[in-house]
Design a protein around this ligand. Structure first.
Ligand SMILES: *Cc1c(COP(=O)(O)O)cnc(C)c1O
Length: 388
């Protein structure tokens, strides 16, 4: 045992030397703007709680009421006896909200992406992925056993070159983030959709960061581009980000959802999410449809942040979304800036390879509906002094 642990220790030390060692900070408050983290009070600029709903009192009450009615654990998988009427209603409401015939819940987004790939492709088929796709999409492609090809980031001609080389008899699946999670830019869905239709390929978009935040009423990246289910046959989104709860869903045709129920191991062999989480999600969807102020605040903060960055010449990227990275490049320097921000009372995570490509370490700043202009002013005041 000692020898084995020594081997691990050596590898861990190697990581530390490369400034790639990952550690966790401990929070003592709910997910909100003002947080207590590692015993320090900080203003958070790194959450995915874009609409500020993670600690919403009405959503919490919905969960509490459902716990009283349904208990805590769902107790079994959806296919045994864990699929409650609340899960079922939520699936129907998600289908209705997104404009697809059916929707199906998963316990996490990671599992949804693995399950989708498994349901649709196998050895001999092809999966095409944007180079900057989320790790769960890449892993889904790899685990399916299909041949995985990665095209240049958001470059439809790069995909076209690859997809046209494939014979017409193999199944083809194109996977893309809707909003790229570390860059904040939006996938070129209209062009991707056209290409996929022409080449008889499935197109699946993972809208983890767009669902709730993009489009006029927060329906996500399809609404942003005025596309519908005929343009993007498979839509996936997570519930732990803007929605403020947990889990994920896939929306698509009747046949697609039934195929997932038959074949996706990450759907079949896992316990259903607690019914209370499903009920909280129903309430969150209700809020998103009835209270536009959350989305309006977020959009106002995105514009304000970008205007202020331009004024003080901070190097922002081409992102219209809540994800506003500032690329530093060097791993160590990025960590230093993140640490100095923390000591000044701001929580902004340093994102390093392999999460992002080599040489593009960055501060991943995320905005929320709950930030005030003062919060943004304070952050940028410190950041301008640290970067220049
Ligand atoms: C967060 C995220 C996931 C994973 O979702 P979880 O519910 O956290 O497992 C998948 N895809 C993208 C693009 C994400 O950002």
């Amino acid at each position: 045992m000692k020898a084995l642990n020594n081997k691990l220790k050596k590898a861990l030390n190697e990581r530390k030397k490369q400034h790639r060692y990952r550690t966790r900070r401990i929070t003592k408050s709910p997910q909100q703007i003002e947080m207590q983290v590692d015993n320090q009070n900080v203003i958070s600029f790194c959450s995915n709680d874009y609409l500020g709903l993670a600690n919403n009192s009405q959503i919490k009450q919905a969960a509490i009421d459902a716990i009283n009615d349904f208990g805590v654990s769902s107790g079994a998988s959806h296919l045994v006896n864990g699929h409650s009427i609340i899960h079922h209603q939520l699936e129907e409401e998600l289908a209705e909200f997104t404009g697809y015939p059916r929707a199906i819940l998963f316990s996490t987004g990671y599992m949804a992406n693995l399950g989708l790939c498994q349901a649709l492709v196998e050895k001999g088929d092809y999966v095409f992925e944007d180079r900057l796709n989320h790790a769960s999409l890449i892993d889904g492609g790899l685990m399916s056993g299909a041949r995985l090809q990665r095209y240049l980031h958001n470059d439809v001609s790069s995909l076209k070159q690859k997809i046209q080389k494939v014979d017409n008899t193999s199944e083809k699946l194109v996977l893309t983030d809707g909003v790229f999670s570390m860059d904040g830019d939006i996938a070129e869905l209209p062009a991707l959709s056209k290409l996929c239709k022409k080449n008889k390929s499935w197109l699946m978009v993972d809208d983890a960061h767009g669902f709730g935040t993009l489009g006029e009423t927060g329906k996500g990246c399809l609404q942003h581009f005025s596309l519908d289910e005929k343009d993007v046959p498979i839509y996936m989104a997570t519930l732990g980000k803007a929605i403020g709860t947990a889990g994920a869903f896939i929306a698509g045709s009747e046949e697609l959802i039934e195929t997932i129920i038959q074949k996706s191991r990450t759907y079949i062999y896992t316990t259903a999410m607690p019914a209370a989480i499903a009920e909280a999600t129903r309430y969150s969807l209700h809020i998103i449809q009835n209270e536009s102020r959350h989305l309006n605040n977020l959009n106002n903060n995105i514009s304000y942040f970008r205007d202020c960055c331009r004024e003080c010449s901070l190097p922002i990227e081409n992102s219209q979304t809540a994800i506003q990275p500032i690329i530093i490049g060097d791993d160590y320097e990025t960590l230093q800036i993140s640490q100095e921000l923390f000591e000044s009372g701001f929580l902004v995570t340093a994102i390093r390879p392999p999460t992002v490509p080599e040489g593009t370490s960055r501060l991943r700043i995320t905005l929320s509906a709950k930030h005030t202009h003062e919060h943004i002013d304070q952050l940028l005041g410190v950041l301008c002094k640290l970067i220049s």
